[in-house]
Design a protein around this ligand. Structure first.
Ligand code: FAD
Length: 518
């Protein structure tokens, strides 16, 4: 193994040497004691499982300094520098839950951030935690809960790294109240594309701080984050209520997000058929006696569709059943299909970790390590109903549609416009998240079928962006022109940030935003 590592290290250095005769005098000057390792299959894989690009090497850094040596060497100025950077682009890889190869580096180097120290240190009397960027959010939660504390803003699924979600946005049902995860960061340590280790915050090197938040791994590799904390409730009261009208479902969601003093979490999903009703119940530990009539083939197109609104209230148990009173009060204002509201009390950890049960269920059916053609779109409120109809006329017409379609509102003023993340212009400040989450069974849907789904998603996303002013989330755009459209007015700033923090275009090749050679 050690011999292999040395061999590979030499091979990569040789590759770099070929790119510029003047580049490296001695290999140890360049990367110090950190060896580059032979790539593992996982470095060329991600959750989407539709893109697979092999790197020439992986690095398991023990510190920010290790990454700094690598990036500093690859981007140092001088003859042949651009060719050198092109020969070895670098992608940070967290948990590898990207969908389209965004954490991959064809012919380059994958930096596995899980190898960084993952300590979670609660400090300043519990005001915040300093966390290694390679830590999973579930690890952050477990550690903070020991002190009775927790971050405020989450993703639905917790087995994602801090650096990975902060490079995108990080959203869940708390985002209406606290903003996305990128609005909940006090400070970052970042290694820029030029190999500089910088501690940044809204007041210290703010341009870098805001650039990397939602920055798709283009400007630096985040190595540490300071995350604000709040007191964690021991329990959560979790409610699901059913609707047969999109209009009343979304009206009630908007009512709930207007009550942040009472409600702590708001999401929802489409109930398309028996399958979606059953599979969405995996983590909800109460019997749901809702047996709607979907029509003859149980499908979406032209058939009956239902909606399930979800909300949750933190239960601090300070007063007997205070959370119950809130749930009763709030439920009384909603217009769900009576009597179909179901409520259950669960431990806070179990609530936040609910998607783990869905993962286990998919794994048990062989549907986890399979292609996942997902579609995530933020649609301005005025276009939400039209987008839902568009989905039903296209993606989810078939009665055999298997998967989840999440629908819930975000308040766009909770997103800091200084970050690199893109949200649609929403005149009334509300945009809806639509997430079409599906796992394809290779026995029933092979390569051509997956490609067909992806193509259909592209068409739907294009139409939503063009006609409704929507923006895609977590997507790899097809070309630089598509990226320019995606960023819109923010494109020039994004390009300027790249020129400043990663002028050699070393970082983030898997996003396909900046060509590796000009
Ligand atoms: P990776 O896939 O490893 O990397 C993603 C991108 O970030 C790449 O471009 C990579 O180069 C870059 N990157 C990674 N680490 C760093 C770093 N330290 N510094 C700089 N750049 C870095 N998202 C939500 O917002 N809400 C959800 O509820 C949600 N649920 C999900 C559920 C599942 C099952 C899956 C598969 C994904 C989900 N996502 C969700 C999407 C998820 O947030 C992103 O895919 C995220 O990037 C995954 O984190 P990761 O650690 O796997 O990142």
């Amino acid at each position: 193994m050690a011999l292999k590592a040395v061999y590979l290290y030499a091979a990569v250095v040789a590759l770099l040497l070929c790119s510029s005769a003047n580049f490296i005098q001695s290999p140890s000057d360049v990367f110090g004691p950190v060896a580059l390792l032979e790539p593992t299959p996982s470095a060329a894989r991600d959750f989407g499982a539709v893109v697979s690009e092999a790197p020439v090497a992986v690095m398991r850094p023990g510190s920010a300094a290790d990454i700094a040596r690598l990036l500093g060497a690859l981007s140092s100025a001088g003859p042949g520098s651009r060719a050198r950077a092109a020969a070895a682009a670098v992608a940070a890889r967290g948990a590898g839950h990207s969908l389209h190869g965004q954490a991959q580096a064809r012919g380059g180097i994958v930096v596995e951030t899980r190898a960084l120290p993952r300590a979670v240190q609660v400090a300043d009397g519990g005001a915040y935690a300093d966390v290694g960027a390679g830590a999973l959010w579930v690890e952050v939660l477990e550690e903070c809960l020991r002190a009775g504390l927790a971050p405020r803003s989450w993703t639905d699924y917790l087995y994602l790294t801090v650096g990975g979600t902060l490079s995108n946005g990080g959203i869940s049902g708390q985002a209406f109240k606290h903003g996305p995860q990128i609005s909940n960061v006090l400070e970052l340590e970042v290694v820029t594309g030029t190999g500089e280790v910088v501690t940044c915050s809204p007041t210290r090197s703010p341009e870098l701080f805001f650039a990397v938040l939602g920055g798709l791994g283009q400007f630096g590799i985040i190595t540490r984050a300071r995350i604000p904390l709040q007191v964690a409730p021991p329990k959560v009261r979790w409610v699901r209520a059913f609707y047969d009208s999109f209009e009343s479902f979304t009206r009630d969601q908007e009512l709930l997000v207007s009550m942040p003093e009472l409600v702590d979490y708001v999401e929802g999903f489409m109930v398309l058929n028996e399958h979606s009703l059953r599979s969405s119940s995996v983590a909800f530990p109460v019997e749901v006696n809702f047996a709607p009539d979907f029509g003859s083939d149980g499908g979406g197109g032209g058939k009956k569709v239902y909606y399930c609104l979800e909300f949750a209230v933190h239960d601090f148990r300070q007063q007997d059943s205070a959370a119950d009173h809130v749930v009763e009060l709030v439920s009384g204002k909603l217009s769900f299909l009576r009597p179909h509201a179901y409520s259950v009390e669960v431990a806070y950890f179990d609530f936040l970790n609910r998607v783990r049960m869905e993962e286990e269920s998919l794994r048990s059916r062989g549907l986890w390590d399979v292609p996942h053609p997902w579609l995530n779109v933020f649609v301005p409120r005025h276009g939400a109903a039209r987008f839902k109809n568009l989905l039903m006329d296209t993606v989810i017409t078939r009665g055999d549609f298997e998967g989840a379609v999440l629908v819930y509102p975000l308040l766009t003023d909770r997103w800091d416009g200084n970050t690199s993340a893109v949200v649609p212009a929403a005149p009334d400040g509300v945009a809806y998240v639509f997430s079409v989450l599906r796992s394809t069974d290779p026995a029933r849907c092979g390569g051509a079928c997956v490609d067909g789904i992806l193509e259909e998603h592209r068409r739907v996303a294009d139409e939503a962006c063009r006609r409704l002013g929507a923006k895609q989330y977590l997507a790899r755009q097809r070309s630089r022109a598509h990226w320019r459209d995606h960023f819109g007015a923010g494109w020039d700033r994004f390009v300027a940030r790249k020129a400043r923090f990663d002028p050699m275009h070393v970082l983030g090749p898997g996003q396909g935003i900046f060509p590796r050679t000009d």
